[in-house]
Design a protein around this ligand. Structure first.
Ligand SMILES: [Zn+2]
Length: 522
């Protein structure tokens, strides 16, 4: 054998050596078929329009949420999936707006841009003089004792809340992607933060806010205050709601409460500073719902084709609930639509997949992940405080999540699971031409995949370009259909369908991280 040939044979045997990193089997014909169905015959924008224009917003525990869930269930049934609604325990009341109006009547007339704060109570049409006061601070309030009857209280300008310098559209830059892909520590430069710690902090913070709100609102009601106004923390008339100063989720202890656009709030406060006291007229009609029936996750699946593997599951999901201001498009109707579309593509193509593929559209993510948490506790284990898993936990190969807006997927955070790097590197490689193949060791918190991660199920949320998500659409009045990028979400559905297909057909389950001791929550 000539030397050149020997070298070649040796090289080939090294490349083919099965003891080195086994490459994933990528089926390019299937990917081509997925692209054809997902790009040329996409239904994702139509699905999104139903979830937003017809059934948005999808505030927890409301008939509107339930109707949306029922629509998604029926739609997936019509596509041939096995779909059902599944209850989860919820601690929050449903709430919705029936009508509202806020107007400045003097010294000049102006209709004010305003949205009711979540769980605000109703009032007949009422007028009142404005008083600027730090109404979320009981000590500051007490200086005004006896002087607030019939008044409308307005918070001062929050100097920390200016976002004027935020870039409106931000696409992940080459430098940022390099920083992500070269990270070696899952928590980056931050101290390690597991889900239980995150949830514990969240719950503690929530309890503190609730206790403070209870005390302050009781005092304000006793003083005979008419209503509360605060400023949005976004510019350009965009009203963001969920960071209201007081968290009034108790109907027995609530007030009419509005968030104004920053610009209209500013005009009122600057007038007060000049000794001019505007009169404001407002009305608000809201409704509380205490119907456990409305708290449902939407579950749908394609049964695995291999009798020996069909009890193994590739689980995917996105949260289905939204805040009440926009129609819940970028957070997170869009990714519910993308996950539905991914399963529609796979079902339409009739692809044979050994494992069962299941989607969960979760309720109440915006209220401490109650939907996914309820599902995980029912099927897989206790999540917090113990590593006692049910058998089904061992049968879930992987959980894929999406919850980062309506722009392009750029890659995945490994959530500290280095063993899954090969799966993603190989499976995202066909999407390198879309610049969507970046694999990062970093952790990501704050959405449903952390529930499954805490159960030692390989669980990942794909990262996306944010563009105008945080400065403009996240939890705001601009969270509507128009904020979603059609081309991007068609691509995202194709990438998801391909990841799901390959996870459901590969020989083994995806590898798990080392089991960590459970964290206790007091
Ligand atoms: Zn979200």
């Amino acid at each position: 054998m000539p030397l050149q040939k020997l070298v070649l044979v040796t090289l080939l045997s090294i490349i083919a050596c099965p003891t080195s990193l086994a490459a994933e089997a990528i089926d390019h014909e299937v990917i081509a078929a997925i692209k054809e169905e997902g790009i040329q015959y996409s239904q994702v924008m139509e699905t999104l329009s139903y979830l937003t224009d017809v059934h948005g917003p999808r505030f927890i525990g409301t008939p509107g949420y339930y109707a949306a869930a029922e629509w998604a269930r029926q739609q997936m049934s019509d596509w041939g999936l096995d779909a059902h609604l599944e209850p989860f325990p919820a601690n929050y009341l449903g709430w919705g707006i029936e009508a509202h109006s806020v107007e400045m009547m003097s010294p000049r007339y102006m209709r004010l841009q305003a949205v009711p704060a979540p769980w605000a109570s109703s009032t007949e049409e009422v007028s009142g003089e404005l008083v600027e006061v730090q109404f979320d601070d009981l000590e500051a309030l007490k200086e005004h004792q006896g002087k607030l009857k019939g008044k409308i209280l307005i918070l001062p300008v929050d100097s920390d809340a200016s976002d004027a310098s935020d870039p409106v559209k931000h696409r992940l830059s080459a430098e940022e992607l390099i920083e992500k892909t070269q990270a070696i520590n899952p928590s980056g430069n931050e101290p390690e933060e597991r889900f239980s710690e995150y949830l514990r902090n969240d719950l503690e913070e929530f309890e503190k806010r609730r206790a403070k709100t209870r005390e302050v609102v009781a005092w304000l009601k006793n003083e005979g205050v008419t209503a509360l106004l605060e400023s949005s923390r976004r510019n350009y008339g965009v009203i963001r709601v969920s960071d209201s100063a007081l968290l009034m989720e108790d109907p027995e202890n609530s007030l009419p409460y509005f968030i104004l656009s920053k610009e209209h709030h500013g005009r009122l406060v600057r007038s007060l500073a000049k000794g001019i006291t505007p009169t404001v007229k407002l009305s608000l009609s809201t409704r509380y719902y205490d119907e456990p029936e409305y708290n449902r996750n939407v579950i749908a699946e394609i049964k695995g084709s291999d009798r020996n593997k069909r009890d193994e599951v590739v689980l995917v999901g996105a949260h289905f609930d939204s805040w009440h201001v926009g129609t819940g498009a970028t957070d997170n109707g869009v990714n519910s639509a993308v996950m539905m579309e991914a399963l529609r593509i796979l079902k339409t193509l009739g692809l044979k997949m050994n494992r069962t593929v299941r989607v969960g559209l979760w309720g109440a993510e915006e209220c401490a992940f109650e939907g996914s948490l309820g599902y995980a506790r029912k099927h897989y284990g206790t999540v917090i405080g113990s590593n006692d898993f049910r058998d089904a936990q061992g049968k879930v190969s992987v959980y894929f999540n999406l919850d980062n807006g309506g722009c392009k997927v750029r890659g995945v955070h490994l959530q500290g699971n280095e063993k899954a790097r090969g799966f993603f590197t190989d499976n995202l490689a066909p999407f390198a031409y879309l610049d969507a193949n970046h694999v990062s060791a970093l952790n990501e918190a704050t959405t449903d995949h952390v529930v499954f991660d805490e159960l030692n199920i390989p669980a990942f949320t794909l990262f996306q370009d944010m563009l105008d998500y945080y400065p403009r659409t996240h939890h705001t009045t601009l969270d509507v259909y128009e904020a979603v990028n059609e081309e991007a979400i068609k691509q995202n559905a194709v990438i998801m369908a391909s990841l799901i297909y390959h996870a459901a057909t590969r020989d083994e389950l995806l590898p798990r991280k080392r089991l960590q001791p459970p964290i206790q929550i007091q």
